[in-house]
Design a protein around this ligand. Sequence first.
Ligand SMILES: [Zn+2]
Length: 160
Amino acid sequence: MADQDFGGGCALLGTVRLVDIGVPMTGLKALRCGEARALTGWVRNAVAPAAYQMLGSELARVDGLGTYACRNVIGSAAASGRRSGHAIANAADIGGFVLKDGRRITIAADWASPDLQVHGFLDAIHRSACRRFGTVLSPDYNAAHHDHLHLEDDHVGFCR
Ligand SMILES: [Zn+2]
């Protein structure tokens, strides 16, 4: 996509828009290249196989909650005033997954699921995300992330 600098630390530089990653995904707008690569690999090589192997159904859709947003980090007093990775389209928020058998697994409703298969699936994709992204924030991190996984390609090595 064409580079755009919106000022105030918000910019789209070196971004792409993913058109087809093999699994339908909502909420995909601009993403920086490295983030797009990590996200595609995670969906195709971690989430889709885990859904099939652990839940017994193919992955039909990933519900993304957005990529670019010109805003600061939310939910952390220590980081308040700092621009979010979303301000440079270097992060994606994932709300849940729809399976071909019709089941919908959401971070908000199922993160603390007593269902061992669902719990195992979410644990597996979370651990895989932590190997692929620099920062991964889940409901285990803070209340601001109760309904999504924040996946950011920042090479920080922070996994919660
Ligand atoms: Zn986020």
